[in-house]
Design a protein around this ligand. Structure first.
Ligand SMILES: Cc1ncc(COP(=O)(O)O)c(C=O)c1O
Length: 370
């Protein structure tokens, strides 16, 4: 981004600003209470977020990556088992599989949703496959009906990576209530973003929730007795207090994000680049607004010169990451390659107005000489 950038990539700060005094007040109460870890604010947030997603259990953990690792362990994915992940997602999805002792297997994404499908997953199921981790990429729900049907016919677990999709819905059901368990990240800038690292995992299964609570607290559910080796990964009460203030605003912010997406469509952007796909029946959370253009690098430079922040997401794809070399396989992954080569995140957030959107579209048109 140039020093003069006036339209930021993450345009959510003005929506957050009016709530900061309330956040500070709630956090001040936590400071006064002296209860910072596994305290009442965390318990309340877990209760409220579970109710929001309509799951029986929410277990707050330190970040979304730990939520995935702990969920895989809590679901009973054994060391050496294979877990299918998209070839195109943030690195943490596959990292968590490795950290849980399992092996990631990469399935291609379909550019009609930017997510894995039953077809791309089916092609990589093997005798050691234990679970599928669909990612609701950029906030767009994966096609969960066909994935769940495939999983149940093959006896596989489904763990949703909903890190980017708090508040998204599919046929009216919240992201996070569409698999055996689900993980969220509350990293700043996510649709529900804390003021530091935070995450959670959700499930309806009592045993999975109990295992996750144990694993986040050193594998212990009784003082000084550790039944397994776990993690130190609790969502701390200062973050939970903030999240409790923000959660009631999530739906209005996501609705505003969807309005911004409509403004981009109305601005004529679709004549210049490929617009982000939406899964049929989905309410997209638009964590990121990622278009595709073969001229990506030229557009980034031109937008930068015009004071507009944009960014390539993500490149290289997972199967070509140096740390994943041991898990890369023969065979092409054309959807992942294409999105890695052409994906471009443009400014998005509840605070963008028509003028800003038009300025972005005009700058893209100028960059492409149209
Ligand atoms: C798809 C996806 N999965 C997992 C994560 C990990 O979340 P965290 O950064 O909270 O560890 C992220 C966050 O960036 C993500 O985008």
């Amino acid at each position: 981004m140039s020093a003069a950038a006036s339209i930021p990539l993450f345009a959510h700060r003005p929506a957050l600003e009016p709530l900061l005094p309330q956040v500070a007040e709630r956090q001040r109460a936590v400071l006064d209470s002296g209860r910072y870890v596994l305290g009442p604010e965390l318990a309340e947030f877990e209760h409220e977020f579970a109710a929001y997603v309509r799951r029986r259990h929410c277990v707050g953990v330190a970040n979304g990556t730990d939520a995935l690792t702990i969920a895989l362990r809590a679901l009973g994915v054994e060391p050496g088992a294979e877990v299918i992940v998209p070839a195109f997602t943030f690195f943490a999805t596959a990292e968590a599989v490795v950290n849980a002792g399992a092996r990631p297997v990469f399935a291609d994404i379909d550019l009609d949703t930017n997510c894995v499908t039953a077809q791309t997953v089916e092609g990589v199921i093997g005798s050691r496959t234990r679970a599928i981790v669909p990612v609701h990429l950029f906030g767009n729900p994966a096609p969960m009906a066909e994935l769940s049907e495939l999983a149940s016919s093959r006896g596989l677990l489904v763990l949703e990576d909903a890190a980017q999709a708090a508040g998204a819905r599919l046929e009216g059901t919240a992201a996070g209530a569409l698999g055996d368990a689900a993980c969220f990240s509350f990293y700043p800038g996510k649709p529900l973003g804390a003021f530091g690292d935070a995450g959670a995992l959700l499930t309806d299964e009592d045993e999975v929730a109990a295992a996750a609570r144990r694993l986040r607290d050193h594998g212990s559910d009784r003082r000084w007795v550790h039944s397994e080796v776990g993690f130190n990964s609790r969502l701390d009460d200062l973050q939970a207090a903030a999240l409790r203030v923000l959660l009631p605003h999530l739906d209005e912010w996501n609705a505003a994000r969807r309005r911004v997406a409509s403004l981009y469509t109305e601005s004529g952007l679709g004549a210049l680049v490929e617009l982000p796909p939406e899964t049929p029946g989905a309410e997209h959370a638009y964590h990121l607004y990622v278009v595709r253009t073969p001229e990506r690098d030229r557009v980034i430079d031109a937008l930068d010169a015009a004071g507009i922040e944009s960014r390539a997401y993500y490149t290289p794809p997972l199967h070509r990451q140096p740390a994943m070399a041991a898990y890369a396989r023969e065979g092409s992954l054309p959807g992942a390659e294409r999105l890695a080569n052409e994906g471009l995140a443009l400014p998005m957030g509840p605070a963008l107005d028509t003028q800003a959107v038009q300025a972005v579209t005009t700058a893209v048109a100028d960059a492409l000489g149209r």
